[in-house]
Design a protein around this ligand. Structure first.
Ligand code: PHE
Ligand code: ZN
Length: 855
């Protein structure tokens, strides 16, 4: 790709100046906000010589620029200003600028913008340049002092409050930070307040700021925040470092949330939760995102990234940490299964298509396009592998060294790997390929058994293949930790979990002294993000489903079986095998198992997942057939479970006050699975009764979805709307569920009907995603043979792009799977991508994505 706007890792150079101190003054107005900046620069010893001063700046109206108090000429361009080295004198020297910006006109939600009358900012990755002229790069770390003036009750910025009066407030952040962590909020907000005392006795004020009326949706977020703070002290020895920690909920936000120093800003969907408005999944997501943003205070803020190519340094590690946290708060097994499901659904799909890129990419056009499942989720998997290889103790030591060595600095992946090399004496050169090479490795397994009187030998031969990805035709062998356990035929574990280190293309591992040929449980706990290519007899899978001591692999055995059964139903029109159905029944009614685990095991593979699976095994997936077969399998499972379903439904009712904790949530999930089965068999009566009696959103939304999936539920849909019509977050669910569950031939029409409503506001990313995101998630509807799904999405992306390029580009990834499908669909998708590319004035964001997908 030779886009002239491409940025390369190899071109990195330190910034020629250091910037110890920044003072900003904001005089807020919706149409005109004044920003005065005072920047104190010094020469950077890392870049000797005389240098011009280049500062980024976009859509700013420059009013004045002075160096050491004297007006200077600045060379203006669309991307910033340059002040000639001749005009820079003194060490240090001071640059003062004044600019005007218009937050009300900012629909891209990057920089300073307005949401429901409230001012707020989003600066990661490169939004600060839309606020003032500045070296907007993460390796420039400065102390910020901020004054905000506006006739509004709440005025917030980073750090500690140092003064306020009517219409103004000042904040000082003692910790040097890059501009992407800057934040400002001003509005008519109310706080849910609490406090936390850190390990060393510092009392920290905690606030969750929301619009009046949302106060009763903050308690869970606050619990999660306090739990995160104490977890990070306990597990990583990391304490909070300011007197105050503020969280703000905002309705218009492109992503989930943002870790601005001391002032996290959240999409309201990712922080607000109450039993009547949020489902159990929402509660779990809020807990995880609160933790994620809080954990960034050390992994991201105290230690930040040298440049945006190192994004995984903070994101991979912080995702890894939030996953550990959620596992500790809930169930490790269930959390691991959910994380792997998400990894396969989003990251594998990305890694195996035209948008594949390395965890640490080495070039980009628009950095916003690299906040991906690969950087985040595969980035976390890579850390999990590293930990498996070095062990828990060495991992802890390496992290301590990381925190002491790099605190206050902007670091790289090389720095990160070096702390592991220094604590373990391991050479991680080969391991580093996980960061630099894209693609999902495929692992083949060959088994050999040689019996002998004094104990036989079982030999496992593992072979890895590293498929080509765009721009990377050749790859080296990876270091792959393969966790293996061996069971004997009566189900006892004869070799407990052992981590095999596969470093060559092909390698054998022998286990000696075994009394009988063992059954191998391979890739336990999903020890590496690879595709396991292994033909296993159905009987062996059923054995592992019944006996594996590793809960992940126990679930995985059922999953693989389900995929095989479903694949045969789709391609050969067979009936589901009894062995599979019996296995499902055994899990569903096993009272010794966690209900959450049982509910997960009963969930059938999704249609997109099946399309990927069929494609990988050399078939061209037919979305309509997949849809029909999956429905048939769901019905067959329900029939097999039928006698026990009413009892299961009754047993899983949770009496008493609602608790969002995992135990109750698991029961609710299993009860809904039972209700779904009953609805398939007997129609909507049971689900309708449960909807009518629901006392929380999990039950009312869950039963509504069950009814809609069965083609019922019109009355419930109307009742739900009548009850929630003024609640934005709940109505997002109402919009989404109709699209996700509409029949393939009606999906486009449903989208058309919903987007015509006055409460469909395309400027609100949550609402846009609720409808168009749900379209792309409805596999058979989106891929309908008429091409109507493709057309509709392209139309809306072209419409959204001028307003919000970041969200438009992100949603365009729905097209990344085109190579899987038949020639007609491929042609239609490529034509839509070409139509997008040809749209006049297309953003850099969307043009990069469409271009990469077309090749
Ligand atoms: N850094 C944020 C997170 O991962 C994500 C984000 C990126 C938010 C860019 C906004 C813009 O927590
Ligand atoms: Zn993050």
């Amino acid at each position: 790709m030779s886009d002239p706007r491409t940025v390369y890792l190899a071109d990195y150079q330190p910034f020629p100046f250091l910037l110890p101190q920044v003072r900003l003054e904001f005089t807020l107005g919706p149409k005109a906000t004044r920003v005065r900046a005072r920047l104190e620069f010094m020469p950077n010893p890392a870049r000797p010589g005389r240098h011009d001063l280049f500062l980024h700046g976009e859509n700013l109206r420059l009013i004045s620029a002075k160096v050491n108090g004297t007006s200077v000429h600045s060379e203006l361009s669309d991307i910033g200003i340059t002040i000639s080295a001749n005009d820079l004198s003194g060490d240090p020297f001071t640059l003062e600028t004044e600019v005007e910006i218009s937050p009300a006109a900012n629909t891209a939600l990057e920089g300073l913008y307005m949401s429901n009358g409230m001012y707020c900012t989003q600066c990661e990755a490169e939004g600060f340049r839309k606020i003032t002229y500045y070296p907007d790069r993460p390796d420039v770390m400065a102390r910020f002092h901020v004054r905000v003036a506006a006739d509004l009750p709440v005025l917030l910025s980073n750090g500690n409050p140092v003064g306020s009066g009517p219409g103004w407030a000042e904040w000082d952040d003692p910790w040097p930070k890059p501009a992407y962590l800057f934040a400002l909020v001003a509005g008519d907000l109310v706080a849910h307040a609490d406090s936390f005392t850190t390990l060393s006795g510092r009392k920290v004020d905690l606030n969750i700021w929301v619009r009046p009326g949302d106060e009763n949706r903050c308690a869970w977020g606050m619990e999660a925040l306090k739990a995160s703070m104490s977890w990070d002290e306990r597990v990583y020895g990391r304490e909070y470092d300011l007197d105050i920690f503020n969280i703000v909920a905002v309705d218009d936000f492109n992503m989930g949330a943002m870790e601005n120093k001391g002032l996290n800003i959240f999409n309201s969907k990712a922080v607000l939760a109450s039993p009547d408005t949020a489902t159990d999944d929402d509660f779990a997501r809020v807990e995880a995102i609160i933790a994620h943003e809080y954990f960034h205070n050390w992994t991201g803020n105290r230690i930040t990234c040298r440049d945006w190519f190192q994004l995984c340094l903070k994101e991979g590690l912080t995702v890894y940490r939030d996953q550990q946290f959620s596992g500790d708060m809930r169930s490790h097994a269930v959390k691991r299964i959910e994380d792997v499901l998400a990894l396969r659904a989003r990251q594998f799909r990305e890694d195996q298509g035209p948008l594949a890129h390395a965890v640490r990419p080495d070039s980009f056009v628009e950095i916003n396009n690299f906040y991906t499942a690969t950087v985040y989720e595969k980035g976390a998997e890579v850390i999990g592998m590293l930990r498996r290889l070095v062990g828990d103790e060495a991992y802890a030591q390496a992290l301590d060294l990381y925190f002491t060595r790099h605190d206050g600095h902007a670091a790289t992946i090389e720095d990160w790997l070096k702390v592991f090399e220094d604590t373990t004496d391991r050479d991680l050169t080969q391991f580093k390929r996980w960061y630099t090479e894209a693609g999902t490795p495929r692992l083949k397994v060959y088994e050999a058994w040689s019996p002998a009187a004094q104990g036989g030998t079982y030999t496992l031969t593992l072979a890895q293949e590293n498929p080509a990805t765009p721009g990377q035709p050749e790859k080296g062998a990876k270091v792959i930790p393969v966790a293996v356990g061996l069971l004997n035929p009566n189900g006892d574990e004869v070799v407990p979990t052992t981590v095999l280190e596969l470093i060559k293309p092909v390698q054998s591992f022998a286990f000696e002294g075994l009394a009988a040929r063992p059954i191998a449980s391979i890739l336990r706990d999903f020890s590496a993000p690879v595709v396991l290519d292994r033909e296993v007899p159905a009987a062996e899978r059923a054995f592992l489903l019944a006996h594996d001591t590793d809960p992940f692999n126990r679930w995985e055995a059922g999953r693989s079986l389900a995929k095989e059964v479903l694949a045969r139903m789709i391609t050969q029109g067979t009936k589901p095998q009894a062995a599979f159905l019996d296995g499902m029944a055994a899990i569903a009614f096993d009272e010794g198992l966690d209900p959450a685990f049982r509910a997960l095991a009963l969930r059938l593979p999704g249609e997109d997942d099946m399309a990927a699976t069929l494609h990988q095994s050399g078939h061209t997936p037919d979305p309509a057939r997949i849809h029909i077969a999956r429905k048939a399998l769901a019905r067959a499972v329900a029939e097999r479970l039928a006698p026990g379903l009413p009892g299961l439904e009754a047993a899983m009712r949770v009496p008493g006050a609602f608790s969002p904790q995992a135990a109750d949530a698991g029961k609710r999930a299993l009860r809904l699975a039972a209700l779904a089965g009953l609805t398939r068999l007997n129609g909507g009566a049971a689900a309708q009764a449960a909807f009518a009696d629901a006392t929380n959103m999990t039950e009312s939304f869950g039963t509504l979805a069950i009814l809609l999936e069965a083609g019922l539920g019109e009355r419930e849909l109307a009742a739900f709307e009548a009850k929630w019509r003024t609640d934005r977050l709940v109505m997002d669910k109402w919009f989404a569920v109709q699209v996700s569950l509409s029949a393939p031939e009606e999906t486009a029409q449903t989208v058309g009907r919903l987007t015509a409503r006055p409460d469909f506001d395309m400027k609100n990313p949550n609402r846009f995603r609720a409808v168009l995101g749900a379209l792309t998630g409805n596999h058979a509807g989106f891929h309908h043979a008429s091409g109507s799904g493709y057309r509709l999405l392209a139309d809306w992306l072209i419409r959204l792009d001028p307003l919000n390029p970041q969200t438009a580009a992100r949603m365009s990834t729905a097209f990344e799977t085109w190579p899987r499908y038949d020639a007609d669909r491929q042609g239609m998708i490529r034509a839509e991508l070409a139509r997008i590319l040809a749209a006049p004035g297309l953003s850099r964001d969307l043009s990069e994505m469409a271009g990469r997908m077309l090749h």
